[in-house]
Ligand binder design. Structure first.
Ligand code: OOG
Ligand code: MG
Length: 262
């Protein structure tokens, strides 16, 4: 089914202004129940073009809903992808202003930084590892533009999978010799452990999420460019944050990364 171009652009503009004005909107499928997954990625691509026209540089991609805890938390059961712009990047340990966010939540993730471009179909874990420059622990801050963080699959895809901010650890680690499946990850909020998990929570291996991303991009005739940052998806459920909070993620052997909220 093809959706009228004016509807695609209208949805993308509405989601962009919701983000800019820090305002919730009703999910797009309430107004347009005919929007499916393909049309939702059309809207996401339109949103990406609008941001690029406004000067945003695309620095990478993210996978979402790759773990059982996240699928259960959000009531959605298929992995999805979104894009990361330089406006989403935050320096390790930096302060994030909650006044610019609607209802922020944080997730513990493993980020891949790609040395080589990857093209699907047929991408697998071995190709991902061979193309990876290094991995680092990451915190993804998600902020759905929808009321009460409630959505269906097409709505969250159109909303760039709730992408808002992310921070990467500052110590790169090569993947050679690393067991990404047993890699333990701990999330602390204000010095208390709030979530724990291991890499295998993400599709059995976080590198599998990167392979899936590459294969999903191929379905739309796209590649994962060299130099991309890839957030491989939350290992644990997402945790709500507010002004005054400090969040730190520690990954076994990879060091830590943190965000502070005002
Ligand atoms: C969708 C984005 C999920 C992840 O890592 O699973 C995501 C959402 O839960 O709002 O980024
Ligand atoms: Mg995420």
């Amino acid at each position: 089914m093809t959706l009228d171009r004016s509807i695609i652009e209208g949805c993308a503009k509405q989601l962009l202004s919701a983000e800019q004005d820090v305002r919730e909107v009703v999910k797009i499928t309430d107004a347009y129940p005919q929007i499916g997954v393909d049309e939702a990625y059309d809207i996401q691509e339109c949103l990406r073009s609008l941001k690029q026209s406004a000067g945003v540089r695309i620095v990478g991609m993210k996978m979402g809903l790759t773990s059982r805890p996240k699928m259960q938390q959000m009531g959605v059961d298929t992995p999805i992808y979104g894009f990361l712009g330089d406006d989403n990047a935050v320096d390790d340990g930096a302060v994030v202003d909650t006044a610019r966010l609607i209802h922020p939540k944080v997730e513990a993730e493993i980020a891949f930084v790609m040395r080589d471009a990857l093209q699907g179909p047929g991408c697998d874990i071995a190709r991902v590892l061979a193309a990876t420059d290094y991995v680092v622990p990451a915190i993804e801050l998600i902020d759905s533009r929808y009321e009460n963080f409630r959505f269906d699959l097409p709505s969250v895809i159109a909303d760039n999978t709730s992408a808002a901010r992310y921070v990467l650890g500052s110590r790169p680690t090569a993947v050679e010799g690393l067991d990404l499946e047993t890699l333990g990850v701990v999330m602390e909020k204000n010095g208390q452990v709030v979530e724990v998990g291991a890499g295998a929570a993400v599709l059995g291996n976080p590198a599998e999420a990167v392979a899936m991303l590459v294969n999903m991009l191929a379905q739309r005739g796209q590649v994962l460019p060299a130099g991309s940052v890839v957030l491989s998806g939350a290992i644990t459920a997402a945790v709500a944050v507010a002004a005054g909070d400090n969040v730190l993620v520690r990954a076994d052997g990879l060091g830590t990364t943190s965000m502070r909220f005002v």
